[in-house]
Design a protein around this ligand. Structure first.
Ligand SMILES: Cc1cc2nc3c(=O)[nH]c(=O)nc-3n(C[C@H](O)[C@H](O)[C@H](O)COP(=O)(O)OP(=O)(O)OC[C@H]3O[C@@H](n4cnc5c(N)ncnc54)[C@H](O)[C@@H]3O)c2cc1C
Length: 400
């Protein structure tokens, strides 16, 4: 019998399992896909994540950061966000936050492989490939039946099995999900006028379009749009032309490399994150729009806060409740802020366009506001003590 069973071996589940195993708990992890994860191919994985500095620290605490193929981890030091073709918008820079970088762009495959190795080294036991078919609270613990028929017992279970979590349903926790009209087209592109280590995002009434720098000098495109059907069906030349147009020509000619994929988008939230003997983390608890690249960063912070609470109150329901109290309000507020941006930028009314562009320019000219937005995205205010203190110490060292 393990002390903790984590269900789901995506980034949130692997990070939770690793942090808890490194704290000294006996941890098992159930994952439906075959582990270890596949090797990376020469071409970039289209599923990329913009990781904040706080997430980098969490991954270092897992012992996973150094295990990534660091030649494929792209730092990002500058970002421009704009709306109308005439306005310059906001420019976020490393000098705004006294950090060496705003974050890193990492392929999901690279991160999952490194976390798998870190979890394995920390002593996580693998139940794989497996899924859970029944979940029951039992006495002071929980029991789970696996698809293969065997039963496993633990003091607590953690559901990290993604947006369509079966564990959440089995624990009878409700889920509020709204599918967006927009879908995301993801692809690899190159830009004639792009700069390395720079990210770009333009808000349009049809949805935001973002270009994140990749390790090979190209960009990962995340184009959230209400016109996804046409954009996935049109030919490459037409797509490149429309992309160049939607970016207002700022990045010159754009060239597509490889296939385009289309992902559905939605907003999901679990009103309760805990049941008897169970807590939700990552997308199993909350799904946000990718416009600020926050979903995975929120999942990693869930893992860090849950680890801290369980270290303080080992294997107790009290720890799960405290985790829920600390995280839920913050994530809820983040989700509605993002929703405000998504809806606010979707009205194509001429007067409103000018107002929004003026607001962006105002933020662009105000360092305190730029700092506020970057720190908000980093989620550092909600961080566990072990994550905050090194930051404060580094800051003090730098300011001397
Ligand atoms: C277009 C797009 C761009 C994004 N960009 C960013 C970004 O730049 N930055 C960012 O922070 N976030 C981003 N996100 C969000 C991010 O991808 C998600 O928040 C993140 O993948 C959630 O990770 P997770 O581990 O919680 O869930 P998942 O990645 O969904 O992992 C769930 C795991 O559980 C396993 N599983 C599922 N069911 C079972 C079961 N019954 N039994 C066992 N195992 C099971 C699955 O196989 C999977 O491994 C983006 C999302 C989209 C759609």
């Amino acid at each position: 019998m393990a002390e903790i069973i984590v269900v789901g071996g995506g980034v949130s589940g692997l990070a939770t399992a690793t942090l808890l195993a490194r704290t000294g708990f006996e941890v098992s992890l159930v994952e439906s896909h075959q582990l270890p994860p596949p090797e990376l191919g020469p071409d970039p994985d289209l599923r990329v994540i913009a990781l904040s500095p706080a997430s980098e620290r969490i991954l270092r605490q897992c012992g996973a950061w150094e295990l990534m193929d660091l030649d494929r981890v792209q730092p990002w030091r500058w970002m421009r966000v704009w709306e109308s073709a005439e306005s310059s918008g906001v420019e976020f820079k490393t000098t705004d936050i006294n950090e060496a970088r705003l974050g890193h762009i990492v392929e999901n495959g690279n991160l999952v492989r490194a976390l798998y190795q870190a979890a394995d080294a920390a002593g996580v036991m693998w139940l794989n490939p497996e899924t859970v078919s029944q979940f029951n609270p039992r006495g002071a613990g929980v029991e789970l039946q696996l698809k293969s028929g065997s039963w496993v017992r633990a003091n607590i279970a953690i559901a990290a099995d993604g947006a369509f979590s079966k564990m959440r349903g089995m624990a009878k926790l409700s889920w509020k999900y709204v599918a967006h009209q927009q879908r995301a087209i993801i692809a690899e592109v190159s830009a004639e006028l792009g700069a390395t280590e720079a990210a770009w995002q333009r808000f349009t009434p049809r949805g935001p379009v973002a270009l994140l720098p990749l390790f090979n000098g190209h960009y990962s495109l995340v184009w959230s749009t209400a016109d996804a059907e046409h954009l996935i069906q049109c030919n490459d030349e037409e797509f490149e032309e429309m992309l160049s147009m939607v970016l207002g020509g700022r990045m010159g000619a754009l060239r597509l490399f490889g296939p385009r994929h289309c992902l559905t988008l939605g907003r999901g939230f679990a009103p309760q994150w805990c049941a008897e003997g169970l807590a939700l983390v990552g997308d199993a608890a909350h799904v946000v729009h990718p416009l600020a690249g926050l979903g995975q960063n929120l999942g990693l912070m869930d893992a860090a806060v849950l680890q801290e609470e369980l270290a303080w109150h080992p294997l107790s329901q009290r720890a799960l409740r405290a985790y829920e109290r600390r995280r839920k309000g913050w994530v809820w507020a983040t989700q509605w802020t993002l929703e405000g941006f998504r809806v606010g930028f979707s009205f194509g009314i001429p007067g409103l366009d000018r107002l929004r562009s003026a607001a962006l320019e105002y933020v662009g000219g105000n360092r305190t506001l730029r700092q506020f937005f970057i720190n908000q995205a980093d989620g550092r205010w909600d961080a566990p003590r072990w994550l905050r203190e090194p930051v404060e110490m580094e800051r003090r060292r730098e300011s001397r």
